[in-house]
Design a protein around this ligand. Sequence first.
Ligand SMILES: Cc1cc2nc3c(=O)[nH]c(=O)nc-3n(C[C@H](O)[C@H](O)[C@H](O)COP(=O)(O)OP(=O)(O)OC[C@H]3O[C@@H](n4cnc5c(N)ncnc54)[C@H](O)[C@@H]3O)c2cc1C
Length: 420
Amino acid sequence: MKFDVAIIGGGLAGLTCGIRLAEQGKRCAIISAGQSALHFSSGSLDFLSYREDGSAISHPLAELATLSPEHPYSLLGAECVSRMAAEARRLLNDCGLRFYGDIEQNHLRVTPLGTLRATWLSPTEVPVAELEQPLPWKKIAIVGIEGFLDFQPQLAAGSLSDKGIEVITDYLHVPALDRLRNNPSEFRAINIARVLDLPENTELLAEELIRLSGDVEALILPACIGLENPDAVTLLRQRVGKPVMLVPTLPPSLLGMRMHMALRRRFQQLGGQFMPGDAVLRAETEGQNVTRIYTRNHTDIPVVAQQVVLASGSFFSNGLIAEFDRIYEPVFGLDVHDAAQRADWTQESMFSAQPYLRFGVKTDSQLHGTVAGQSLNNLYIIGAVLGGYDPISQGCGAGVSLVTAQYAAEQILALSEVAA
Ligand SMILES: Cc1cc2nc3c(=O)[nH]c(=O)nc-3n(C[C@H](O)[C@H](O)[C@H](O)COP(=O)(O)OP(=O)(O)OC[C@H]3O[C@@H](n4cnc5c(N)ncnc54)[C@H](O)[C@@H]3O)c2cc1C
């Protein structure tokens, strides 16, 4: 199997890199073992949200200079990072994904607990406020779904009331959900959306929301609407005559899955080959180049590509493996940032920044992976498998994935221009 580019991992990083390459006519394959972090994510994309002291960042581009030299943004440099972020935003837009937000200024999004978190881009259905500003409503309704355990309206209401907003809570009564409700383990956001999104239920849902809307200025629901139809919430807003907003639920996350589906669809429409449920097990190299990669399903038939991109995620996705006394990258055995002593991997307080979150693959300044300090010239490392940053305490997970994905794609495209 021959491709121009083989990408290992079909999460946010692998898919957006593949889309950019496929847009330019490259023959790309994405081999992806399983679900990605997108299936569990809030649907909002962080670029750089928090400083080391925990304070929220208002102007993220102005803070790039404060990052450590190992941070992927520092490796690429501020001008490049800003350009790649703009390219990623264009690409997401072309996939039909609609976001609120701007790289020049972070905003606050409402979390399932009703707290506010700084971020870069939020799906247009998510309630947001400008930094240090209140939400734009004085009285809202938070509407839960009876029997749905992955979102508790009272929890969100408690936190939002503390911010001076008058909040009432209530529950949707939609009989169409009764059959699903009888099986609590199936009563999850995605399955609920499959029922609520049916055209015959849209009007029932609208009538129910009108009944609940009373004198509130906006209604907030768990994100269980609009999996297949991104216009579902717009239609409800028109019908109810008030803002209808969605907050992410516990995983599986509709807002994240919808993004995954849109990206995968775009990649395949552009001619990319997506190989779900397959895993790259090992690779062969000659000199400083990767020559063949071998997957679980294709056993001894190698995937051969001129360029290879590793986008296999962090520990969560098995892109990095932790054993008792070592951290390693399992496909190529690449050099990693880690800490020699296991005692230094974690901090006792679970709320502190955890050192192991900065562990990950080391690269040269062009994002080539290295083995024993020597760069592999046709292997690019992107996304959460990279080390040198903390996606949680710094709030930069999606930003690093998107920026490094665009950078790797640009490097590969530049190489083929030179060859031509
Ligand atoms: C639970 C969770 C929630 C998050 N929520 C947010 C959020 O709301 N906002 C935000 O900005 N950031 C969030 N992040 C940070 C997240 O890391 C990034 O946003 C980003 O989605 C990571 O994308 P990725 O493509 O680099 O890696 P992943 O999403 O981890 O994707 C890696 C993919 O590679 C596959 N893979 C691994 N090994 C192999 C192999 N050998 N062969 C083939 N395939 C392989 C995996 O199965 C997986 O599909 C979250 C992270 C986690 C873990």
